[in-house]
Design a protein around this ligand. Structure first.
Ligand SMILES: [Fe+2]
Ligand SMILES: [Fe+2]
Length: 314
């Protein structure tokens, strides 16, 4: 991920309308501070995005959820991102009551001191920032299996790249490695380390072999493998989206939980759309279709199902 961090960038005076603020709504201290800013006159001119609960697409280009939750971030009207103390200086300058303070905070020597203080705060914050609450209806297990699956997907392309010499296949694998790494970061933001599969080393090895073995046979075997995996993943995400829809359709979901579920649904639906595209791209690239390839695809599908069943539990 590329973040344009300009700690020494000029303050966005007079540019309040264009400022977008990404904050960690799961941290009570950050939420309280942002709520205080939002009560001030002029706050409506800014866009306030809860990075802990928003649709990942609301974060905009060059910013993922992990990065947005790790450090206070704002986006200026010209699209550049400011992080840490520079972000606070921009917010203060955007609000009329704190504009003068913001100008002082943006002065590089002051900004440097504030940055040190803010980094200290981030260390302390680990003491109280809660791990995300459990999900209803077995979704915790499903999300653990999504995390295991996206880990495996990353390693499929690492395995393929370790073996493949075909230029088109290497390009395909490199692009897909990037896409799956982005999925993995998205799911990592939802599934804290304590809730991840204990079998991650095994999923990495299994993924690597699932990419490397067909790469020995040639590009068409890799495309057939990717098509089989993505066909399975499409169904797996679709099933979770159905579960969430059923929960949202029922009466027993509190409004805050419903908002959290809608955000999760949007995240999973975005991943699923990508996986469908990956499947179609693999088929269009020339996925092998003979009896051996079909038998291999069936084995890959069954292996994926077995891995998900295991990862749901451990
Ligand atoms: Fe993926
Ligand atoms: Fe994929």
């Amino acid at each position: 991920m590329t973040v344009t961090a300009r700690d020494d960038a000029p303050a966005p005076a007079g540019d309040a309308g264009a400022l977008t603020v990404y904050f960690d709504g799961a941290c009570p201290v950050c939420s309280r501070e942002i709520a205080a800013y939002r009560r001030q006159p002029g706050a409506d001119a800014c866009t306030w995005v809860d990075a802990a609960a928003c649709d990942p697409r609301a974060l905009g280009p060059a910013l993922d959820r992990d990065a947005a939750l790790a450090v206070m971030t704002v986006r200026r009207g010209d699209g550049t991102l400011l992080r840490g103390a520079a972000a606070f200086a921009a917010i203060w300058q955007a609000l009329p009551r704190t504009r003068a303070l913001g100008r002082i905070a943006a002065w590089p020597p002051v900004a440097a001191v504030l940055e040190v203080g803010y980094r200290g705060f981030l260390r302390l914050r680990q003491l109280w920032r809660p791990a995300s609450a459990a999900w209803p209806a077995g979704l915790d297990g499903e999300l653990r299996s999504d995390h295991a699956g996206e880990t495996g997907a990353v390693w499929i392309y690492r395995g393929a790249l370790a073996v493949a010499r075909d230029a088109a296949l290497r390009d395909f694998a490199a692009r897909h490695l990037e896409a799956e790494s982005s999925h993995l970061r998205t799911i990592e933001a939802i599934v804290p380390p304590s809730r991840r599969s204990r079998l991650l080393p095994a999923w990495r090895v299994a993924g690597w072999l699932t990419g490397a073995l067909p790469a020995i046979a040639g590009p068409r075997a890799v495309y057939a493998t990717v098509a089989a995996v993505e066909r399975f993943v499409d169904g797996h995400y679709a099933q979770q989206i159905e579960t969430i829809d059923a929960l949202l359709a029922g009466d027993g979901t509190a409004p805050a939980e419903a908002a959290r579920l809608r955000s999760l649904r949007a995240t999973l639906a975005a991943c699923r759309d990508d996986e469908i595209e990956h499947r179609d791209e693999a088929i269009a690239a020339g996925a092998a279709g003979g009896p051996v390839a079909r038998a291999w695809a069936a084995l890959v599908g069954a292996g994926s199902a077995a891995a998900v069943a295991l990862a749901r539990r451990a």
